[in-house]
Design a protein around this ligand. Structure first.
Ligand code: AHG
Ligand code: MN
Ligand code: MN
Length: 342
């Protein structure tokens, strides 16, 4: 008689893999079945749902209307809004509207936070996000991403200005990104390591790819838009000249922060978006780009700096504040800082 509780070892391994889904992983990562663990598991699962919906839409780019191209509007950053920016922003709002999990969402594409029309008790979660990171890649079918950050409401936010969000990145309780590349991957941290999942579209689930990822302490990739060379401070130019003289360094810059950081997370190196003339704080926004990625990379054993200060210590003055960003392997970031602080 066969044992009906067992499969052959290979099938058993495949089944075990298929059942380590994102929501299951969050629960097991907490090691308890507390209300908080359930809330965060449900929250991560809604983020995953938003990611799956965006990935599906992207996979039909050029076939569906309004996937490519611009809406004709300009966002609060003064940038042309792409159809996908607008769509993905709406996807996150819809994914959370009826969820009962967050009370506010704030994004790159909205001047002010969006309040879920129900009461907003202190302690409820706020989701901050960049719906599409690397928008210039959309129309040419290259990698793009979404970035997210989870915070808890601290003040009563009576006037609806969300001033309690103007605190350092150390207040984040979780962060991560979704990468829409050759496969769709979700990488998250809730302060207990960094874990990566790959979307299996045939079953519609993010399945664990690798847990407790550690970024190499140093790497030989540098990722920066060298087209800005003459817009940088001389100290930054000196660092790049130094890199050019090192053997074995390769430049890799995709136009999407998420894709560049993903490479660096697994293979080491450094990503830089320094200030430029007239834009001393650079381009990247603190609350939903630099701070969540800094949280993730620090959890993986790397570092993130403005050049003079840890990104996670920077307190924004407004929702859409920007900071210079130097992020990646700790040894590489240290070398950049030594040039900038000469
Ligand atoms: P977004 O598409 O959300 O505006 O972000 C684009 C960011 C980032 O992903 C990328 O690294 C950088 O801007 C590219 O900017 P440059 O074209 O100035 O290099
Ligand atoms: Mn972005
Ligand atoms: Mn964006």
């Amino acid at each position: 008689m066969t044992d009906s509780t067992r499969l052959n070892p290979a099938d058993e391994i495949a089944l075990g893999r298929d059942f380590m889904t994102l929501s299951q992983h969050v629960l097991s990562n907490f090691g308890t079945f507390s209300a908080e663990a359930y809330d965060l598991s449900a929250l991560m699962s809604r983020i995953g749902l938003a990611g799956k919906t965006i990935a599906r839409h992207l996979s039909l780019a050029g076939l569906l209307e309004n996937v490519l191209g611009v809406t004709g509007e300009t966002n609060v950053q003064g940038e042309a809004v792409k159809n996908m920016d607008h769509y993905a922003n709406r996807v996150f709002l819809r994914a959370f509207e009826q969820s009962g999990l967050v009370c506010r969402l704030a994004s790159e594409e909205m001047e002010k936070p969006y309040y879920i029309p129900e009461n907003c008790p202190i302690g409820r979660y706020t989701l901050l996000y960049d719906p599409i990171d690397g928008s210039s890649n959309i129309d040419v079918n290259l990698a793009i991403g979404s970035i997210f950050s989870i915070r808890q409401q601290e003040g009563d936010d009576e006037n609806g200005e969300a001033e309690d969000l103007l605190q350092s990145g150390r207040k984040q309780i979780g962060a991560g990104y979704i990468l829409y590349g050759t496969s769709t991957m979700l990488v998250y941290s809730l302060g207990k390591g960094v874990h990566a999942f790959t979307l299996d579209p045939s079953i519609g689930e993010f399945i664990l790819f690798q847990e407790n990822i550690h970024i190499p302490d140093s790497g030989s990739t540098y990722s920066v838009n060298e087209g800005n060379f003459w817009q940088w401070e001389e100290s930054m130019r000196e660092y790049i000249r130094y890199i050019h003289r090192q053997k074995g360094f390769s430049a890799r810059y995709s136009g999407a922060l998420v894709a560049d950081i993903h490479r660096i997370l697994f293979q080491g190196g450094v990503f830089l978006y320094p200030g430029t003339i007239g834009h001393e704080d650079g381009k990247l926004r603190l609350l939903y780009e630099s701070a969540p990625l800094a949280f993730l990379i620090e959890q993986a054993g790397g570092r993130a700096s403005t050049g003079t200060q840890d990104i996670l210590d920077v307190v924004p003055t407004k929702l859409h504040s920007r900071t210079p960003l130097i992020i990646g392997s700790k040894e590489n970031v240290k070398v950049v800082e030594s040039f900038l602080n000469k």
